[in-house]
Design a protein around this ligand. Structure first.
Ligand code: APR
Length: 230
């Protein structure tokens, strides 16, 4: 069986990393135009680095939760070919033991040189004009896909969706494309679709099945069910 699992901020919410659009979410505290667009970075690079330095610090002090661990267990069980696609920029799935996680919106623990394309492990604190370790240009940025930029690994994601028997969306509002369109792509190729969320997402009607509850409960429950089918 081939399973594609798309995760969003709800997967890491119970690790304390917060979400974007829930009450009290990040986009109620910050103007996303200022901190999550290339134009915002060009205008105020210091503010954007400050925003991601804070996200990076939160990520470093957070721990994977039972939902991250359950997904890593499912992937390692060998009972299915599991492709983990995440919109999250944290590394909690990797720290829970998951492998080959596809970060379509980038990773806050990585840095990118806008001049030469070099990528490296980001320092705890990034600042404007930090020189790129490879070309020395003062053009470093967090390796994050901002609004208006093309998400990473779309070819690999499209190929996985085309072959999926089951598509599962976990903890994502279905508010942002192209991720929000993955359920339709999977259905078009004949996959069954399951949504695991605290409340119905904007695309809930497109799922064959929806289970509601906190990820740390409903994701391990679902993984246990899958493993019992072996
Ligand atoms: N368990 C499960 N789901 C949860 C939990 C929880 N404990 N807490 C919140 N959720 C769900 C909410 O119901 C919602 O559907 O997580 C989702 C959070 O939605 P968003 O804040 O919109 O996060 P996400 O869907 O990941 O956003 C997508 O938008 O801002 C961009 O790049 C950013 O990757 C992000 C993208």
């Amino acid at each position: 069986m081939r399973i594609v699992i798309l995760s969003g901020a709800g997967l890491s919410a119970e690790s304390g990393l917060g979400t974007f659009r829930d009450v009290g979410g990040l986009w109620q505290k910050y103007d996303l135009e200022e901190v999550a667009t290339p134009e915002g970075f060009a205008r105020k690079p210091g503010l954007v680095h400050q925003f991601y330095n804070a996200r990076r610090a939160n990520c470093a002090t957070a721990s994977p939760n039972d939902a991250h661990r359950a997904l890593a267990d499912l992937q390692q069980s060998g009972m299915a070919e599991v492709t983990l696609v995440t919109q999250n920029i944290d590394d909690l799935l990797e720290r829970a033991g998951a492998r080959d996680v596809i970060h379509m919106h980038g990773q806050v623990m990585r840095a990118l040189c806008a001049d030469c394309g070099h990528r490296w492990d980001a320092p705890a604190i990034m600042q404007p004009h930090d020189p790129c370790p490879a070309c020395l240009a003062p053009a470093t940025r967090p390796d994050i896909v901002w609004f208006g930029e093309i998400p990473y690994h779309m070819d690999a994601i499209g190929a996985a969706l085309a072959r999926a028997d089951l598509f599962v969306a976990i903890g994502t509002s279905g508010a942002v494309y192209p991720a929000a369109g993955f359920v339709q792509e999977a259905r078009h190729h004949g996959a069954r679709t399951l949504e695991l969320n605290l409340e119905p997402s904007d695309t809930a009607r497109l799922f064959d099945e929806t289970r509601l509850g906190p990820a740390t409960r409903i994701v391990p429950d679902w993984v246990r069910e899958m493993l019992n089918q072996r």
